[in-house]
Design a protein around this ligand. Structure first.
Ligand SMILES: Nc1ncnc2c1ncn2[C@@H]1O[C@H](COP(=O)(O)OP(=O)(O)OP(=O)(O)O)[C@@H](O)[C@H]1O
Ligand SMILES: [Mg+2]
Length: 252
């Protein structure tokens, strides 16, 4: 991989569920150490983009290139071993397993084949994750299902970190959280970036996106209709109005 190559390149991907054509040729780039945000309303294709990158719903055309290598034809476990972790929409923690068991899952699933740490990137293990999320340390033996929504989100993020990913795909981590907890999630993302991780975040929360993003793409019906900086997006009333439905709200 040449120094100028992005960590992740999505190249004109087209993704379907059966006959249903959902992603109509998406391309994006994410450089190492960046937070790139995909903003879009319900049903626009955000989760499908994450599933396409992770190999869960492979694109029918186009390519995903990570650290200079193509993911085409590679199963989800190989993509996870390559250093890509998902924090899924709705947290998806195992409710009947304890916090400790939830955290230990990626390490047992990867069976010691965790990617080697990149220089300058933090290496995570159980004590380091618990230091980052002290609330989880207090509840290690509690069932995942007994945690609050905010704690479940911390657990989902902590579980992803246990795989020592280079790239973390986060699917609407702010969904259903109070403003205070959304602020906490934002702080965590900044901390992860400071530790050398890269994040692809899909969101509907404009304020969160504006605050953490190095670069923003707006998705509408499976196509990107905008790519630029948070400043460029905040001055683009056409995009805010037509595709995010927020320019009127923001002007007050
Ligand atoms: N398993 C599936 N089978 C068929 N169609 C699907 C499937 N999953 C999603 N879709 C359709 O694909 C489109 C994009 O869905 P997707 O879940 O990617 O949207 P999203 O942007 O993540 O929405 P949300 O913000 O509500 O999570 C929608 O029209 C949805 O109905
Ligand atoms: Mg979704």
């Amino acid at each position: 991989m040449a120094a100028s190559d992005p960590l992740l390149g999505v190249r004109d991907i087209h993704t379907y569920y059966g006959d249903s054509y959902v992603l109509h040729g998406l391309s994006l780039e994410l450089a190492a150490g960046q937070i790139v945000v995909i903003l879009g309303r319900n049903g626009m294709g955000k989760t499908t983009l994450i599933r396409s990158i992770a190999g869960l719903t492979p694109p029918r055309r186009g390519d995903v290139v990570f650290e200079g290598r193509s993911f085409t034809g590679r199963p989800p476990y190989a993509i996870s071993q390559a250093g890509v972790a998902i924090v899924p929409q709705g947290r998806r923690i195992f409710k009947s397993l304890s916090v400790r068991e939830n955290l230990a899952l990626p390490t047992s699933a990867l069976a010691g084949r965790r990617p080697a740490p990149m220089p300058g990137r933090k290496r995570w293990d159980m004590p380091e994750v618990l230091k980052e999320f002290p609330q989880l340390a207090e509840r290690l033996d509690h069932a995942g299902g007994s945690l609050s929504g905010g704690e479940q989100q911390m657990l989902a993020i902590g579980r992803a970190l246990m795989a020592n990913p280079s790239l973390i795909l986060m699917d609407e981590p702010s969904e259903g959280l109070s403003p205070k907890l959304v602020q906490h999630v934002e702080d965590i993302m900044r901390s992860l970036r400071a530790h050398g991780h890269s994040i692809l975040l899909v969101e509907q929360n404009l304020a969160l996106a504006m605050s953490v993003a190095d670069s923003i793409y707006v998705i509408s019906s499976g196509r990107f209709v905008f790519h630029g900086t948070p400043d460029q997006l905040s001055s683009n009333t056409e995009i805010l109005d037509s595709h995010l439905g927020v320019s009127a709200a923001r002007s007050h």
